[in-house]
Design a protein around this ligand. Structure first.
Ligand code: HEM
Length: 543
């Protein structure tokens, strides 16, 4: 046992000062050493982290560069293969996006054809591009377009954006192919072109135009929006033509639903509650029910009546006018009647509005149009005769104004087709599954085809005669899908222009054309109107 007085105990109790100071210095040293080490360790860790971060970046950068190189090499290889097989030259643009942004951006300019012109100058009349991740061949060549339009069904089929295909349905005339398409196109075409229909519809169009123009009397010296007025007239005429519905509550209901339906034609293809496409599809369901009821009622009344000339498109589709063994099913008829209204609903009012716009900017052309139409009016008054559809369609200058409007406005600027097999046109290969964009605008605005193509010059048509369609003039398309409403549209525009210029003078407010997503006037073309007799001079406000 250690006693309290042992030397060890005494040492512990009273340590010598030198030892103590050495110990404390050692502690301080160790502490400082640890502190410094920790700090160093920390900075090393930080440096390592930084280095690691740098490495991550370097690795990622190298990865991206390698992927990009692989992508570029693959692209080059594919392009070489494509070129060797005859696929037109061009640029596929960015991965996924392709050249979509450039394509859309040019649509927002006053010259949407710039997208085509730029590439045409680099690669030629037919070139390759990529829109929304899809390889497409763009044709600005009138002859290639003709082949594309004529080879319908067996080589090329329509190819629309997803929102449109969702809304149209597989059985729409705009999407179907083969014998069913030929049958439907034949039935509708022969009805719309028939002299009996034109005679009857002339009176309906006149009644609508006169009614709306008479309401302008109250708006004297105030503004009228041509685009809105033309839309009201065209919808009334179209619904009469297809469903025999007269102005009133039913027409208003159809109009509201139809407006909701057409909103979905150009929108994101997302079909969730609340989205535009969803609302449009719902509107189409309601419209199909309404039209379905009309079709059933008509079928019952047809059974009781003798067969005569069809009154409207319902009669045409129910009536088996082509004598086919298989009558068309009711739901097919209802859906098609609605879808048939789509190509006619926007196009005619746009053509009317742009004709007024171009005439407002061209007093000389307006003056010639007025002279020709006043002459017809005088003639009709002196003979106490009604107008016939041939009166309207045989005014050459008026028809030239319409042709020039359709050429310059490019309401349907192109058609999209998909190739069902590899096909070569003028040495250009269009591979199976690719889309072809046959650009009408490029052909209509090409100096090779039209002198000073950006000028509104109706007299240019005097040299070629009244143009209906040709390789270089395709506002109504061509081939088996040539618009069946072609003559009817010309008739409607002629009737509107006749009654407008022989009733009113106008001064157009400043406005401009927008081309995307569809052609229209930015401010709906406001005009100041005054009756003809009060103002013998043609007045236009130059923009
Ligand atoms: C200025 C007015 C119009 C223009 C510029 C126009 C233009 C066109 C064009 C370019 C096509 C061909 C589409 C394609 O090949 O894929 C077409 C087809 C069609 N149009 Fe018109 N259209 C007009 C008025 C009308 C009217 C008033 C109606 C109806 C009454 C109508 C009914 C149709 C139908 C049903 C088709 C589809 C034909 C088929 O695929 O067989 N169009 N239209």
């Amino acid at each position: 046992m250690t006693s309290l007085s042992s030397p060890l105990f005494i040492k512990k109790k009273t340590p010598p000062p030198l030892f103590l100071s050495l110990l404390s210095s050692l502690c301080v040293y160790i502490y400082i050493y640890i502190y410094i080490c920790e700090a160093e360790m920390f900075s090393i860790v930080v440096k390592m982290e930084e280095k690691a971060e740098n490495w991550i970046w370097i690795c990622m950068g190298t990865g991206v560069a390698v992927l990009w190189l692989i992508y570029k090499m693959r692209k080059k290889q594919n392009e070489e293969k494509e070129r060797a097989s005859g696929v037109p030259r061009g640029n596929s643009g960015w991965p996924l996006l392709g050249e979509t942004l450039d394509f859309i951006a040019s649509g927002y300019t006053s010259r949407p054809v710039t997208f085509m012109e730029k590439r045409k100058s680099l690669y030629g009349n037919v070139f390759k591009s990529n829109i929304l991740g899809k390889g497409i061949i763009v044709s600005t060549d009138a002859e290639v377009n003709k082949v594309v339009l004529q080879n319908n069904g067996d080589v090329f089929i329509p190819c629309y954006p997803k929102s449109i295909t969702e809304l149209f349905g597989k059985n729409s005339i705009l999407q179907m192919n083969g014998p069913v398409h030929r049958r439907l196109h034949g039935l509708i075409g022969s009805f719309l072109k028939s002299p009996q229909l034109k005679a009857r519809i002339t009176r309906d169009i006149e009644a609508s135009v006169r009614h709306f123009l008479s309401t302008w009397q109250e708006k004297q010296h105030s503004i009228v929006y041509v685009q809105d007025e033309a839309k009201k007239i065209s919808f009334e005429v179209l619904v009469k033509l297809i469903l025999s519905v007269d102005p009133g509550e039913e027409l208003n209901l159809l109009k509201n639903e139809f407006e909701e339906l057409t909103k979905g034609l150009i929108c994101l293809p997302i079909k969730l509650p609340g989205t535009t496409l969803y609302k449009s599809l719902k509107a189409k369901e309601r419209l199909t029910r309404m039209v379905g009821k009309m079709v059933e009622e008509r079928k019952l009344s047809m059974e009781k009546k003798e067969k005569g000339f069809p009154n409207d498109a319902i009669d045409v589709l129910l009536g088996n006018a082509d004598g086919a063994k298989q009558p068309l099913p009711y739901d097919f008829i209802s859906a098609n009647l609605i879808e048939m209204m789509i190509p006619g609903e926007e196009t005619v009012p746009t053509a009317i509005t742009l004709a007024v716009k171009f005439l407002s900017d061209n007093p000389v052309a307006l003056h010639r149009l007025l002279e020709e139409n006043l002459e017809l009016k005088q003639q009709k008054i002196s003979c106490c005769e009604d107008y016939s559809w041939t009166d309207y369609l045989s005014m050459p200058f008026t028809q030239n104004v319409i042709s020039e409007t359709l050429r310059l406005a490019n309401i349907i600027n192109a058609v999209w087709r998909k190739s069902l097999k590899d096909v070569k046109i003028k040495g250009h290969l269009i591979p199976k599954g690719w889309c072809v964009l046959a650009s009408f605008t490029s052909v209509h605005m090409d100096e090779e085809n039209y002198e000073n193509p950006y000028n509104f010059d109706p007299s240019r048509w005097e040299k070629v005669g009244v143009a209906v369609t040709s390789n270089t003039f395709t506002p109504f398309g061509g081939g088996q899908r040539l618009c069946p409403g072609l003559e009817l549209s010309r008739l409607e525009i002629s009737i509107f222009l006749h009654h407008l210029v022989t009733t009113y003078r106008w001064v157009a407010e400043k406005d401009e054309i927008v081309y995307f997503p569809t052609v229209k006037m930015k401010n709906k073309l406001p005009i100041n109107i005054m009756p003809l007799q009060q103002s013998p001079l043609i007045q236009t406000k130059q923009n």
